[in-house]
Design a protein around this ligand. Structure first.
Ligand SMILES: [Zn+2]
Length: 410
């Protein structure tokens, strides 16, 4: 948007015989971050082996990829807040879905997030559906909130999925003038993925209830894909961050477990064994659309805040199956991510772009959730603030000389 205006000024200046402003300014790096909640290598790898994820496979070939170390007992609000601030939850204030008895919100954030630092440095920023970004904050661009947006039918601390027109208790879109534009061009979309059905809603009509819910998940994904496509094509920003949530939700109760896994119920788990892998097949299609906006000068990061695994904490014994999951509610949960040892459920890190190495697998825990913000700031030549705990991932680049200057703040 801003660049278009500059471009117009440049054209007028050229006609007047004056050197245009744009020709003197080095363009800002173009960075797109795609977050997928609870993306799980254990499910993705077999699909890659079978050649079912064409776009995903292409991205791996073009870049570096591997596990990403997450937090202890990870969940989306606290990990995404740690990614954005490069600080642990106890410092940034977002320790979970509920903080001091209230649903986590941006008002509680105690450390400056990436998008705010970028905005101050005149980088244009676009954000959509990033968890724990409600109410939205003013920034140099646009922001559409994500998971934990409050609205119709929402109880405190519990996930819900209001539509854009049903949001309450704060703004879900910045600038507010963008609401009408989105309603006109994208529609009245769901801001987060659907809430999972409760055990009593499933009993005796498992297949019907699963299919009905999965249908709604498909609608949410279609709306999100339309939103992302609209934003990338009509509101190009230097830095864009877009997040999907349905993968995690499906994994919690439809992970393709076997009879020997804890929580197996043949009436539920023999019905749609492909439901969870299907989420990644669907994501691959969304990724294909996003790749249309990734030219050879664009950096693309695909990250997940954590993985998700079948129930596995033997120390917790019987309590495990009856514990109240962060966002499981009354749904029978057979897979989760809030294991005390976060290394049991690592996230995913993938990066492609100018000077980033190609087809390189990062072994072990080279990357942590704290490293994302410093690495992105470094691309823009912005020094790493002293409070940030992560580091610039210099080893993902081809040659040190091709990188911007090392940060000086740490
Ligand atoms: Zn989850």
């Amino acid at each position: 948007m801003l660049c278009d205006k500059k471009f117009l000024i440049g054209v007028v200046a050229l006609l007047m015989g004056v050197t245009p402003v744009c020709s003197q300014t080095k363009p800002r790096p173009h960075v797109i971050v795609i977050g997928v909640n609870g993306m799980e290598w254990d499910i993705i790898r077999p699909l890659l082996l079978r050649g079912e994820l064409h776009n995903f496979a292409e991205v791996l070939q073009r870049g570096v990829y591997g596990k990403m170390r997450t937090l202890s007992a990870p969940n989306c609000p606290k990990v995404y807040s740690s990614i954005a601030t490069s600080t642990p939850p106890e410092e940034n204030g977002i320790t979970g879905f509920v903080v001091a008895g209230k649903t986590a919100s941006t008002d509680m954030l105690k450390r400056e997030p990436l998008w705010s630092i970028l905005s101050k440095d005149a980088v244009t920023v676009g954000m959509a559906n990033v968890p724990a970004t409600f109410p939205v904050m003013p920034l140099n661009g646009y922001m559409i909130s994500g998971m934990l947006t409050r609205g119709k039918g929402c109880e405190d601390g519990i996930l819900c999925s209001p539509k854009l027109s049903e949001v309450k208790g704060g703004e879900a879109v910045y600038p507010p003038s963008m609401v009408a534009e989105l309603e006109k061009n994208v529609g009245d979309f769901w801001i987060d993925c659907s809430r999972m059905p409760a055990a009593d809603e499933l009993k005796g009509k498992e297949a019907e209830a699963i299919d009905h819910w999965l249908q709604q998940v498909s609608q949410v994904r279609a709306q999100q894909a339309k939103l992302f496509d609209y934003l990338l094509s009509h509101h190009r920003t230097d830095f864009t961050m877009l997040v999907q949530s349905c993968e995690d939700r499906v994994g919690h109760w439809l992970y393709p477990i076997q009879p020997y896994n804890a929580g197996y119920d043949s009436t539920l788990h023999r019905v749609r064994v492909d439901a969870f892998p299907d989420q990644y097949r669907a994501f691959d299609q969304v990724l294909g659309k996003i790749l249309q906006y990734v030219d050879r000068n664009t950096y693309l990061f695909i990250i997940s805040d954590h993985g998700i695994k079948p129930l596995r904490e033997f120390e917790e014994g019987r309590r495990l199956y009856h514990s109240v999951h962060d966002h499981g509610g009354n749904t029978p949960i057979i897979a989760k991510h809030d294991f005390e040892d976060g290394d049991d459920v690592p996230g995913i890190f993938i990066a492609i772009g100018p000077s980033i190495k190609r087809d390189v697998r990062l072994m072990g825990f080279t990357v942590s959730v704290f490293d994302i913000a410093p690495t992105i700031l470094n691309l823009y030549g912005i020094p790493q603030p002293t409070q940030m705990k992560g580091r610039v991932l210099s080893e993902i680049f081809e040659a040190p000389s091709s990188q911007p200057a090392e940060p000086s703040g740490k």
